[in-house]
Ligand binder design. Sequence first.
Ligand code: ATP
Ligand code: MG
Length: 438
Amino acid sequence: MRLSRSFLPTLKENPAEAQIVSHRLMLRAGLIRQTASGIYAWLPAGLKVLRNISQIVREEQDRVDAQEVLMPTLQSADLWRRSGRYDAYGPEMLRIQDRHKRELLYGPTNEEMVTDLFGQTVKSYKDLPQVLYHIQWKFRDEMRPRFGVMRGREFLMKDAYSFDVDYASAVATYRRMMLAYLRTFQRLGVRAVPMRADTGPIGGELSHEFLILAPTGESGVFYDAALEDQDWLDEPVDTNSAEALEAFFNRVTTPYAATDEMHDVTAWDGVPDDRKREGRGVEVGHIFYFGTKYTQAMDVSVSGADGAQFYPEMGSYGIGVSRLAGAIIEACHDENGIIWPDSVAPFRAAILNLKSGDAVCDAVCEQIYAKAPEAFLYDDRAERAGVKFADADLMGHPWQIVVGPRSAKEGRVELKRRATGERQELSVDEALALVLAG
Ligand code: ATP
Ligand code: MG
């Protein structure tokens, strides 16, 4: 993309309405604009971020055999009456009437719809397990929308739903999903710690929230530093083996980790002092086993091996895709702006033409840009070098390819790594090889 012609409205000043750094930076870097309270438009660079996050989420869901569908945002009230949640859900649910006075709602979540969809299709235990997911907008009329996309009213979520024959099989599905989540966050360039969450009336220990550490997080967190080592996630796990899944699960759930809501002081005392980590975190995912709650309430059964009908065991698994855009920035920034992880960045590099209009500089920049126009943001504006440097730092491209008149004559450029500030002078080809690698 050429910056001179792009819809990428950066702001020099901090917007007064933004209280936390990710919200400020998302507005300043031209990623989003608010259109109504808690509702945002995603501009071209922001949309690339959202798509990059979605794609990683999708690949890791597919890798554990979840199947993507796309369910609608609008749902009928009758569907929710079948589970008894239509009245129970409360004012967070946006209720709508169509021209025939039929009651609809803008989905805050999809348990009812997916259970109904499953029930229409699957009739036998032989077709289990099934895991369905979609990446779809949700609406929750939050009492206090705040922090930009971190707590919006309309937001993008990946939500998956599993159906299993029995508890043991549901546990294996849950553990596979836990693995998929940790791999997802690792690929997104952030460390998310799984923490025991409240299972409510279901009981048991199969509910975890995933939190990214950030001082502006809404939850207080306490965890054992042993959980910071996640490099071993690169090792293969045999997801068809119940024992391999159990070993994996124990490894990530045995060390202490809890939000303030679930904090157990006695267990915390048992963590060695030098491994105690205390801070704040942003919830980016939540996985939950809830047994036959919905299949039973909605009377969705399948036939078992013995011919008798039974209610499949379910779980649901959410990731806040749009919240992640903000949460990643909370974890990855400095005083000059965003520092995008390579996997999420809207552009791999900015090409900074320090003398637009100079024949040699223009030619070198065009030569680089032509190699991968979708990967580069070419700053071809007639602006001062200082402005270009500041904007590139603000927007957080992993690399900056700096083309100045003196070195350009020799076919050389300066390559800056945003995360470390490290600079090196290289030939055009060497710079391209580094930037476009991996
Ligand atoms: P919270 O406690 O933050 O309100 P929740 O428990 O209501 O979250 P879930 O119903 O588990 O959230 O939804 C799954 C994920 O969707 C959450 O982990 C979070 O990342 C994201 N999410 C939930 N509410 C919002 C929101 N208002 N704006 C953006 N993302 C959200
Ligand atoms: Mg909520």
